[in-house]
Design a protein around this ligand. Structure first.
Ligand SMILES: NC(=O)c1ccc[n+]([C@@H]2O[C@H](COP(=O)([O-])OP(=O)(O)OC[C@H]3O[C@@H](n4cnc5c(N)ncnc54)[C@H](OP(=O)(O)O)[C@@H]3O)[C@@H](O)[C@H]2O)c1
Length: 343
């Protein structure tokens, strides 16, 4: 296992992070994993043995159960790990038990600390943008949590690039603590993040931590074209797969992943995770599992590296759309790359 800085912070995290969205079985989340305490303990112990020091949860995962289970699995080891959790989702029908208001952030942080059995969070992440709360209110509350000692670093997730840049500028203006990382949907079947967010993270020094790096299991190759995946697997169980796939393109990408996997004698999952580890600005890839053998497989991706030729093939088949203004800026920069050029 290698360790990388989380953005330009001084905090080092393992290049793989264990996601705990599959821990607990309340409501919708049961379909994601439904793991109980012993099953979760096994995964966490396996991750720790492999050198993982970074764990990701959220208050909404099984409505607090994921945090409770994770906290128990880490009993006695808290200070050896980097613990991340999130706030933003609705936790009860109470009108204010949702969002990124000062009140909800502070209350949610207290609740997460209690469920995780700790008195500080290493990374507190806003789970997505809250269109109902001014960014100033959110960022000032987050800054207060850092200065109160309850939170060490701040991160965000599921933001548009303009929202993230606006947030960073507000924090800078007020000398508040800034986001150090972006948790974003990023995999071979979804490279949209490269259009605006990844260049922004590079410019501003944020680390990227990809979520659903296997497209919720699609990139393992266990969902055959036109057929059914395993009955107990998430993409077969979910009424609505919250990860949207362009199936035609996704299967073309999977063909290349499987070809490389067969040639190398590794799994398709390992190839897909390895691809993300080679991308710039990646601090840690957040992996998920429902079974011990899945985690064992995924962990092996840190033992080898895709070649430049293999990456080029995967880049070509999975490239994101060249949306405006990309093509226009490529055209207009010709007279800057070539100083003597006159149109
Ligand atoms: N910020 C956000 O909005 C957000 C959103 C989603 C997730 N996350 C974070 O990201 C983490 C990972 O997300 P994810 O679980 O969607 O990641 P993923 O890697 O795309 O999917 C993981 C799932 O794929 C299957 N799988 C994994 N490895 C496998 C293998 N080697 N062979 C066969 N099947 C395998 C398992 O599900 P089955 O057994 O059911 O097939 C596993 O739970 C979460 O735990 C959470 O911490 C964050």
């Amino acid at each position: 296992m290698h360790y990388r800085p989380l953005g330009k912070s001084g905090l080092f995290v393992s290049e793989l992070c264990l996601g705990t969205m599959s821990f607990g079985k309340q409501g919708y989340w049961e379909k994601i994993g439904g793991l109980d305490q012993p099953a979760a303990q096994h995964l966490v112990d396996t991750a720790l043995d492999a050198g993982i020091n970074f764990f990701d949860s959220a208050d909404v995962y099984s409505y607090g159960q994921s945090e409770e289970i994770l906290g128990k699995t880490l009993k006695g080891k808290r200070d050896k790990v980097v613990l991340a959790t999130k706030v933003r989702g609705r936790m009860s029908p109470e009108i204010n038990d949702v969002g990124l208001s000062r009140r909800h952030i502070i209350q949610s942080c207290e609740n997460s600390l209690r469920r995780l059995g700790t008195d500080y969070l290493d990374l507190y992440i806003v789970h997505s943008f809250d269109f109902m709360t001014p960014l100033e209110e959110t960022l000032s509350a987050l800054n207060d949590l850092v200065h109160s000692g309850k939170v060490r670093y701040l991160g965000c997730s599921n933001y548009f690039a303009w929202q993230l840049m606006k947030g960073l500028s507000i924090s800078e203006k007020h000398h508040w603590e800034k986001f150090v990382s972006l948790q974003a949907h990023y995999s071979l079947v979804s490279r949209d993040v490269e259009i605006e967010l990844a260049p922004l993270c590079q410019d501003q020094g944020l680390g990227i931590t990809p979520w659903s790096p296997l497209g919720a299991g699609f990139l393992t190759g266990k969902y055959p074209r036109g057929g059914q995946g395993p009955q107990d697997a998430r993409r077969s169980k979910e009424d609505h797969n919250f990860i949207q796939l362009d199936e035609g393109k996704a299967y073309a990408i999977l063909d290349e992943v499987e070809r490389i996997a067969t040639t190398r004698g590794v799994s398709a999952a390992q190839v897909s995770l390895n691809y993300l580890l080679r991308k710039s600005q990646i601090s840690s890839v957040i992996i998920g599992a429902t079974k011990p053998e899945q985690l064992q497989d995924n962990l092996k991706t840190v033992e080898w590296e895709l070649s430049a030729e293999e990456i080029a093939v995967l880049d070509a088949v999975s490239s994101p759309p060249r949306t405006y203004p990309h093509w226009m800026l490529e055209f207009t920069r010709l007279d800057r790359d070539n100083p003597t050029m006159i149109m």
